[in-house]
Design a protein around this ligand. Structure first.
Ligand code: PMP
Length: 413
């Protein structure tokens, strides 16, 4: 029974019930066409209208400036790891056709498993060209054991290459597995640790381009200084909709002719389906897009706007995590658990911790299960526990989680 379950999975994750009910109707009859959303043509005027609507909603919700395009693609966020390397190297090559690539770097800020994967993929794809794909800051160096991800590197720890020889700078805003988030207050831009990488405000083309993975924090709160990022992307399957859709917000100067760059030499060929320029020129309809995923995402965004937009969502998410971390901090003081991440870098979306006593952890899982809480175990690569508080989890749901944690704490005394 759906309403006796609290789905805290890290993604795919829960979606608002009214949205799912409407989507069920759209599967049978989309917008009065007499055909379901998975049955109509992706080139029909109805689907074109949906695509435009989705772009407009994302643009409005996140205040995406006109300097940036909004693209839709498939292959998940993981494929964007590859797409970034191929397109951004091509862009750099076209801008600097005579500079030996051995003098160029691609700088990764590694704060958890996803940014590490993105770094490794870029290395696989372009290191052979001579480009130095490197870690410009590593969250692990400031952790107690030197190997776990406990915080975002502090401001003085970033070692970027010179601006004219850095093809891109990359970070992951929210590390879903580790629970590390760039928690800089949107209201205080100077608190953003990557401030130095942003370039002067007001500029529309800044080198090196700053690239960010927002997969698990997309639409959970406004994106501070969105206009100073060259590329922001995320898979849909956390806050936005079903898996299958990836959203890419990309500054227009990143839409380059990948074939021309390949011809110049140095750059590997880039599949056309991965070329930002191809996606942009075709209005994200170069080939058949993930139509159902786009449809449900559009409904989710409509619902989100009806609830008051991102400032309301942000306030809600702020309170949700406060309620949950509040009890976990008490459990930490009682010596039962340890929060994996240091204050200041704790994710609003993915709350991670371990039990000191594995037997207590096992009891926790059992009792959570009995209470209808699902998806509380940590990622298989790190173990421990993780509670994911995406948008579809309400403040009331978060209070239910906190109540369960309180009861569990009391039961250990
Ligand atoms: N980046 C982040 C931050 C993620 O959380 C995930 C998936 N959980 C990925 C990338 C990879 O996404 P996908 O499964 O869509 O390839």
């Amino acid at each position: 029974e759906r309403n006796s379950i609290l789905n805290l999975n890290p993604g795919p994750s829960s979606l608002p019930l009214p949205v799912l009910e409407e989507a069920a109707r759209g599967l049978l009859n989309f917008n009065g066409t007499g055909m379901g959303i998975t049955e109509i043509s992706h080139r029909s005027k109805e689907f074109q209208a949906l695509t435009n609507d989705l772009v407009a909603r994302i643009r409005a919700l996140l205040s995406v400036p006109d300097t940036h395009e909004i693209l839709f693609t498939q292959g998940g966020a993981s494929l964007v790891f590859s797409t970034i390397a191929l397109n951004l190297l091509a862009r750099f090559r076209l801008l600097h056709p005579n500079l030996p690539l051995s003098e160029v770097s691609a700088d990764y800020v590694v704060t958890g498993v996803w940014s590490k994967k993105a770094y490794e993929e870029a290395k696989r794809l372009v290191q052979h060209t001579g480009v130095n794909v490197r870690i410009a800051a590593d969250g692990r160096t400031e952790s107690e054991d030197g190997k776990s991800f406990q915080s975002v590197p502090s401001k003085d720890k970033y070692q970027f290459g010179p601006a004219d020889k850095t093809a891109w700078i990359y970070y992951c805003e929210n590390e879903t597995v580790n629970g590390v988030q760039f928690a800089s207050a949107p209201e205080d831009p100077a608190a953003f640790p990557l401030d130095a990488a942003l370039g002067p405000p007001q500029h529309t083309t800044i080198d090196p381009p700053l690239v960010a993975d927002f997969s698990s924090s997309f639409l959970s709160r406004p994106i501070p200084q969105i206009e100073r990022h060259a590329l922001i992307y995320g898979g849909a399957q956390k806050n936005i909709g079903p898996a299958g859709l990836t959203i890419i917000i990309v500054r227009k100067d990143l839409l380059v002719d990948v074939d021309a760059a390949h011809t110049l030499g140095g750059c590997p060929p880039c599949p056309l389906t991965l070329s930002f320029q191809t996606l942009a020129e075709s209005g994200s309809l170069y080939n058949t897009p993930p139509m159902f995923s786009m449809y449900v995402s559009d409904l989710v965004l409509k619902d989100l706007q009806a609830k008051g937009g991102l400032s309301v969502v942000e306030e809600n998410n702020r309170q949700k995590q406060q309620v949950v971390y509040g009890v976990l901090e008490k459990m930490e003081e009682a010596g039962i658990i340890q929060l994996n991440v240091k204050p200041g870098s704790r994710s609003w979306m993915n709350v991670t911790f371990i039990f000191h006593d594995p037997a207590l952890g096992a009891r926790f899982v059992k009792e959570a299960e009995a209470k209808g809480l699902r998806g509380v175990k940590g990622h298989r690569s790190v173990g421990g526990f993780r509670l994911s508080l995406y948008n579809a989890i309400t403040l009331e749901n978060a209070r239910t989680v906190a109540g369960f944690l309180e009861e569990f704490l009391a039961s250990t005394k």
